[in-house]
Design a protein around this ligand. Structure first.
Ligand SMILES: Nc1ncnc2c1ncn2[C@@H]1O[C@H](COP(=O)(O)OP(=O)(O)OP(=O)(O)O)[C@@H](O)[C@H]1O
Ligand SMILES: [Mg+2]
Length: 291
């Protein structure tokens, strides 16, 4: 049994017991309640990209920007620090994919907050790519248009530089999913997508490229992208997925560099005294290279 499987099993056991140590490499607690909308970000500064967007951040989930001092934003900052540590060694591991077992586990919210936390660090330029062509949501969370994006780059050869949306939040740019396509799996699993990831990697060698993807079970896109990126962050939403499905999903990513697991939507305070223990485990994955 791999370390990740052990941790997930332990998490399930503890959940059934109703408490105990946090059993995932990292924990991201429940952000603010949707009933408590976050204040919009005032007048974000805009840069020289072709598409410039003045953001009105009303989503309650973008806590890294809207509530930077909140406990949840602190968790994302810790997660960011761990990611930086794991990806900046001899070689900069700049392409990171975020996925989960099933839909709705928090991939997009996690991708966004990781990207926002990284981009607010003074020396990190970040590109967030919405590669979930089935249920794209990055543009919705940020309130930006999705007229052109990844699908247009892949299908019509649109230059990526011309469709990036610069957010004005630190140095964060977004590549939205783009126009809906009939055949997302063919497009994402195509050699064109593989070349595209390599192109991003080499065109933006000093920039983190965070890729939001569909879930692993049922769809082949994440499996395909996993072999092209430097690292994978796996989101597990508490109480959502049977352990057998988790194992199956993690098994499908064998051979990929799973950097760690984000245990999402955990009840606040449940595991609060165990954060540092969990981060130690997270770092332990660094040298392993696979699940
Ligand atoms: N930590 C959390 N706290 C509270 N609600 C959450 C949390 N994470 C996810 N959710 C809820 O789940 C919804 C889906 O989250 P998100 O869009 O990040 O999931 P996803 O895994 O990207 O979904 P999909 O598979 O559809 O792309 C959010 O809109 C929110 O309502
Ligand atoms: Mg999503």
């Amino acid at each position: 049994m791999s370390k990740i499987e052990e941790i997930l099993e332990k998490a399930t056991r503890l959940r059934q017991q109703g408490g105990g140590t946090m059993a995932a490499p990292t924990e991201v607690k429940r952000p603010v309640s949707p009933a408590t909308p976050a204040p919009p970000l005032a007048g974000a500064e805009l840069g020289p990209y072709k598409t410039e967007q003045r953001l009105d951040l009303v989503s309650p989930y973008l806590v890294s920007v809207t509530q930077p001092q909140s406990p949840v934003a602190e968790e994302y900052k810790k997660l960011k620090s761990v990611i930086i540590k794991l990806t900046t060694g001899e070689r900069f591991l700049n392409t990171i994919m975020v996925t989960s077992t099933l839909k709705g586990e928090g991939k997009s919210i996690t991708s966004l907050n990781i990207a926002l936390a990284l981009a607010q660090e003074y020396d990190h330029t970040v590109l967030l790519v919405d590669a979930d062509l089935r249920r794209p949501s990055t543009h919705t969370y940020l309130g930006i248009p999705n007229e052109q994006g990844l699908s247009d780059c892949l299908m019509n050869g649109v230059d990526v530089g011309s469709v990036l949306v610069k957010t004005g939040i630190g140095r964060l740019s977004i590549l939205p999913a783009g126009r809906p396509v009939q055949n997302p799996v063919e497009l994402i699993a195509s050699s064109r997508m593989k070349e595209f990831i390599q192109e991003l990697k080499h065109r933006y060698p000093d920039r983190y490229v965070i890729i939001d993807t569909p879930p692993v079970l049922h769809f082949a896109e994440a499996y395909s992208i996993a072999s092209e990126v430097d690292g994978v962050i796996f989101v597990v939403r508490e109480g959502q997925v049977p352990i057998a499905h988790l194992k199956e999903a993690v098994g499908m990513l064998k051979g990929s560099n799973i950097l760690g697991v984000v245990y999402n939507d955990v009840e606040v305070n449940r595991y609060s005294s165990y954060h540092y223990y969990s981060y130690k485990n997270y770092s332990d994955y660094a040298g392993q290279g696979s699940a």
